[in-house]
Design a protein around this ligand. Structure first.
Ligand code: NAD
Length: 249
């Protein structure tokens, strides 16, 4: 059976990597997908990849729509929600916040702009996505294992991702009684355009530390997001689910 047959899922950062894999996975579970990205063409390409209900390709193409938005901008989430509601005639019941960036630098050399931009996209964007939530449903924030354990050169990124975990806990407390669940997913090292920027030497070192012996795939993360979006996780809220292949147990 389709686990998300009646769901409308809003996915930010849907044009690449984890967000694209999440969009494909949720569509395959029967959800209609509102795919949002800063890069509008990339969001449209994601929608092109989604197809027939419960088939290999998901729900019918007409069931999905692409949206261009910079979710770190003031008021962007409200505008996006209005657009999504106008397009689908209902609010999303699943919100997945995948939009995220890195601007790595050691703390002593980090510019204020690099600090502010990463917090604005990774943390404010997650907070804004929450505004977009409907009156019931499931919110999933993509944090990172780095938010828990830190990582050299990533003070801004790890602070933003730790912030996402705190935000998730508070939203879970505030909205639980309204039937809204809110959980974080903490990926480890996943092979996406984001990690393509990491030098091969570093990736080899990290891979050596992963008990499962390889980087994760965007689909590994999408499988967990689909579970958290569905009723199969109906009594799970405020959780931080690690998808790391065992890195940093
Ligand atoms: P990615 O770079 O492949 O995709 C990120 C997407 O977000 C891009 O399509 C980009 O255009 C979009 N985006 C960036 N800024 C935006 C904005 N202001 N508004 C709207 N969209 C915006 O990266 P990814 O690896 O797929 O990462 C997805 C999420 O997972 C991010 O939050 C990232 O921090 C997190 N994450 C990734 C890894 C990893 O190893 N790849 C590990 C842990 C957490």
């Amino acid at each position: 059976p389709l686990r998300l047959g009646s769901a409308l899922a809003l996915v930010t950062g849907a044009g690449s990597g984890i967000g694209r894999a999440v969009s494909v996975r949720l569509a395959r579970e029967g959800a209609a997908v509102a795919a949002c990205d800063l890069d509008g063409a990339a969001a449209r390409e994601t929608v092109r990849l989604l197809g027939g209900p419960g088939s290999e390709k998901g729900a019918p193409r007409g069931a999905h729509a692409a949206f261009q938005a910079d979710v770190s901008e003031a008021g962007a989430a409200r505008r996006l929600l209005e657009q999504v509601q106008a397009c689908f005639s209902r609010p999303p019941s699943v919100v997945v916040s995948c939009a995220g960036i890195t601007r790595d630098e050691f703390l002593l050399h980090m510019s204020e702009d690099d600090w502010d931009k990463v917090i604005a996209v990774n943390l404010k964007a997650a907070a804004q996505a929450l505004v977009s939530s409907g009156c019931h449903g499931s919110i999933i924030n993509i944090s990172s294992i780095v938010g828990k354990v830190g990582n050299l050169g990533q003070t801004n990124y790890s602070a933003s991702k730790a912030g996402v975990i705190g935000l998730t806990h508070t939203v879970a407390r505030e909205l639980g009684r309204h039937g809204i669940r809110c959980n974080s997913v903490l990926p480890g090292f996943i092979a996406t355009p984001m990690t393509q920027k990491v030098p091969q030497k570093v990736l080899d070192k990290v891979t050596g530390m992963i008990p499962m012996g390889h980087l994760g795939t965007p689909e590994d993360v999408a499988d967990v997001v689909a579970f958290l979006a569905s009723g199969d996780s109906g009594y799970i809220t405020g959780a931080s689910v690690e998808v790391t292949g065992g890195l940093f147990m």
